[in-house]
Design a protein around this ligand. Structure first.
Ligand SMILES: [Zn+2]
Ligand SMILES: [Zn+2]
Length: 318
């Protein structure tokens, strides 16, 4: 089975995104790049180099529904006529119009994010919207954990690896223990457990960091020889990266616990202390990071928690 990485430009801070062509029948692309002229041109060039056209695509598979990964899904599907789009059922937000704003709003209020900052984040969502089309519930096929995607010369096993987003999936080629992991595993940066509503109960928060750690351990159990990430170079030393991630998580965890005083703080306060200069999308990501670690610290009994009106206040345990 030939896996061809194709790097596409994005207008985002993260830089280029990797999409993966499975160059055999049925012709399949894993992730699509954002909906920009530059990305579609680069994708056409990448396919052409392998002797294919967009119209040859039969399957469009999404590791998750962030704009840099899913943006072109509808355009590609429409051009390829009978291509099928696959995404995990828990990947709700961006499928219908970016984030379900009301649910996110509620999570941001609970995290203590001030009103003017929430407004700023809302305009950020609006700006992001143009980089991806929305999908109706009947327009895609669900990816199921442990199901196999068959190809001419073998198969890819679907692994539901939540954490970065609730519906993130990875794809395992057992024959050579290769994994295509989207943003679950990135070589140079520790991926963010992004603040999300729980897909099973949107009034709750998805326990993203705890889920993420389980996913990373699950991938480790396959002893992968090669992991293709959503950004940056492939990873040949997953074991080392795994330990690096866990050290980084532990350090962040003690930093966060150390920032929780007796008289209480919100996740917003903690985010400001951790990343005082964070701006734009990084403001949102820093709140995500703070919430993820506070949730984890609370669930491990390292801090206590008290609701205060609509916000949540974390306190040092006396
Ligand atoms: Zn992502
Ligand atoms: Zn990404």
């Amino acid at each position: 089975m030939r896996v061809v990485p194709i790097s596409l430009p994005t207008p985002f801070y993260i830089g280029p995104v990797n999409v993966y062509l499975i160059a055999e029948d049925p012709l399949t692309i894993i992730d699509t790049g954002p909906k920009t002229k530059e990305a579609i041109e680069a994708l056409r060039a990448g396919l052409r180099k392998e002797g294919f056209l967009v119209s040859d695509l039969r399957r469009i598979i999404l590791t998750h529904a962030h704009e840099d990964h899913c943006g072109l899904a509808r355009s590609l599907r429409d051009e390829a006529k009978n291509a099928e789009v696959f995404v995990h059922n828990w990947e709700t937000g961006h499928r219908h119009r970016r984030l379900e704003y009301e649910e996110h709003l509620n999570l941001l209020v609970r995290a203590g994010v001030p009103g003017d900052e929430i407004e700023r984040m809302r305009s950020l969502y609006d700006r992001m919207r143009k980089y991806a089309d929305s999908f109706g519930d009947d327009e895609f096929t669900a990816l199921w954990d442990e199901a196999e995607l068959e190809f001419e010369s073998g198969s890819l096993r679907i692994l539901h690896t939540p954490g970065h987003t609730p519906g993130s999936c990875s794809f395992l080629r057992e024959a050579d223990r290769t994994i295509i992991a989207g943003d679950c595993v990135l070589k140079r940066i520790t991926p963010n457990p992004v603040l999300s509503p729980d897909p099973l109960d949107p009034s709750r928060r998805f326990p993203s960091l705890a889920e993420y750690m389980v996913s990373l351990s699950r991938l480790r159990a396959f002893a992968p020889t090669l992991v293709y990430g959503g950004h940056g170079e492939p990873i040949r030393d997953y074991e080392e990266l795994f330990h690096r991630y866990f050290r980084a998580f532990q350090e962040r965890q003690s930093q966060v616990v150390g920032l929780v005083p007796k008289n209480g703080v919100t996740a917003w306060d903690v985010a400001l202390k951790m990343f005082p200069k964070a701006d734009d999308v990084h403001r949102f990501l820093s709140v995500s990071e703070a919430v993820a670690h506070l949730d984890m610290a609370y669930s491990e009994g390292k801090i206590s928690y008290e609701p205060n009106g609509s916000t949540e206040v974390y306190q040092q345990i006396a």
